[in-house]
Ligand binder design. Structure first.
Ligand code: SF4
Length: 412
């Protein structure tokens, strides 16, 4: 099999892993146009300093001893298989890098021969890149659950980011759909990497995992509770949510005709953002009575509607952490307000000048002590008015100059 054929199989097999973000769309080059998009191969991720970097995203092999019900590469599927050698991956990475096509590598793998054997192949690839080629670019690798501590630590020490995918939010679901895995087994390599970096006071190793949404019955509260504990206790940097895409026809999974729950995935990312950057606890966002995120409103707006007694909030005097809880105000908006109000009390015109949209904000604030709406409005009335607001088409591309385009992640 040629390198091109392997590359085609092993980039395609890696496309369902979202712990390294990828566009997932396919577009061919139009005559007279510029650029095209493939759903596998080169993806984009964000480095610690916020830069967007392009990565070669591949599997070392799509052979796998495991039989995870949701996975295209499981042993019981009849698919085209291929395997790279560490030398081939290292050479491909360097060649793509020298041609300026990528800035780094995302390398995952099926389990071939044994967990230790697979981890050894990944480690060898990293050693070749770092030591033989002197490659200093970004490398994200999958740690193999069940591999020995020595191999895990050596691998983590050479990588910028490591991940190990929990995939299913409960032990019962893992037992049902991924019988070769347990939560402990999947988390163990991350714990080993974390302990190593803490004990040896090395640079912190970025760690992430992925959860599949909608393949099993766990609710959003279960998922956010798990994510919170992964951030707090396991010190993970990111939890990625992947709407379940039916690939295999298996009785324990939703039918192949089920559409991926993309809006649910989006709401979970927004809630996750509130937990990591806006000071919310998961139990404020959801509880046993309301275990699912409202698909009509973003999670901060839903929280505010359930807690109208905490509003209105005065824009000119509220502390930063209180301002961050106001729907329609993101981190950038709060920073602008804090900076501007050092000089004088702000008015509505000032907010508009700062490009802060009043569409949602106006229900929840006072400006110089004045209400912006009639505050005898109740929960139902505000909901109705908010639902009547024009919605952007989900497919719409924001223009460079459209400051009203809502809820990019940082502007909840
Ligand atoms: S171990 Fe990974 S590659 Fe193998 S079947 Fe499970 S999810 Fe797929």
């Amino acid at each position: 099999m040629t390198i091109e054929q392997k590359l085609s199989i092993l980039t395609d097999s890696a496309k369902y892993d979202v712990s390294c973000s990828s566009s997932g769309s396919v577009r061919t080059l139009d005559f007279g146009g510029v650029g095209s998009v493939g759903n596998g191969g080169i993806c984009h991720a964000y480095s610690a300093d916020g830069r967007c970097i392009s990565l070669l995203k591949i599997l070392l092999t799509n052979y796998c001893l495991y039989d995870c019900a949701y996975c295209v590469n499981r042993i019981s599927n009849d698919i085209r298989r291929a395997a790279f050698t560490p030398e081939e991956v290292a050479e491909l990475t360097i060649n793509f890098y020298r041609r300026n096509m990528i800035e780094g590598l995302f390398l995952s793998s099926g389990i071939i021969t044994s967990e230790d054997h697979t981890m050894r192949l990944i480690l060898k690839t990293l050693q070749l890149l770092r030591h033989s080629y002197g490659f200093n670019g970004y490398v994200h690798v999958k740690l193999i659950p069940g591999a020995s501590e020595e191999l895990i630590i050596q691998t983590a020490a050479l990588a910028d980011r490591v991940s190990s995918n929990i995939e299913l939010p409960s032990s019962a679901s893992l037992a049902l759909l991924a019988p070769d895995k347990t939560r402990e087994k999947v988390l163990q390599p991350l714990t080993m990497a974390k302990n190593y970096s803490l004990e040896h006071q090395k640079r912190p190793i970025g760690m992430s995992t992925q959860l599949i949404i909608g393949a099993t019955p766990e609710n959003d509260l279960d998922i956010l509770r798990l994510s919170s504990s992964l951030y707090d206790k396991a010190m993970l940097k990111r939890v990625y949510y992947s709407a379940y895409i039916p690939i295999n026809n298996t009785k324990n999974l939703p039918a192949l005709t089920t559409p991926p729950p993309l809006l649910r995935e989006h709401r979970l990312y927004q809630a996750d953002w509130l937990i990591r950057f806006y000071g919310f606890g998961f139990e404020e966002i959801l509880n046993e009575e309301t275990p699912y995120l409202d698909e009509r409103f973003d999670p901060k707006l839903s929280w505010a509607l359930r807690n109208l007694h905490l509003f209105p909030i005065e824009i000119n005097t509220a502390e930063r952490e209180i301002l961050l809880r106001i729907p329609g105000l993101g981190v950038r908006g709060v920073n602008k307000i804090l900076k501007a109000r050092r000089f004088r009390a702000l008015n509505v015109y000032d907010l508009e000048t700062m490009k802060i949209s009043l569409k949602r904000l106006r229900y929840f604030v006072t400006v110089r002590g004045k209400l912006l709406v009639d505050h005898s409005l109740d929960y139902q009335q505000i909901q109705t008015e908010l639902l009547l607001l024009p919605k952007p088409s989900p497919a719409a591309q924001p223009t460079l100059f459209d400051h009203f385009y809502p809820t990019v992640m940082g502007e909840l």
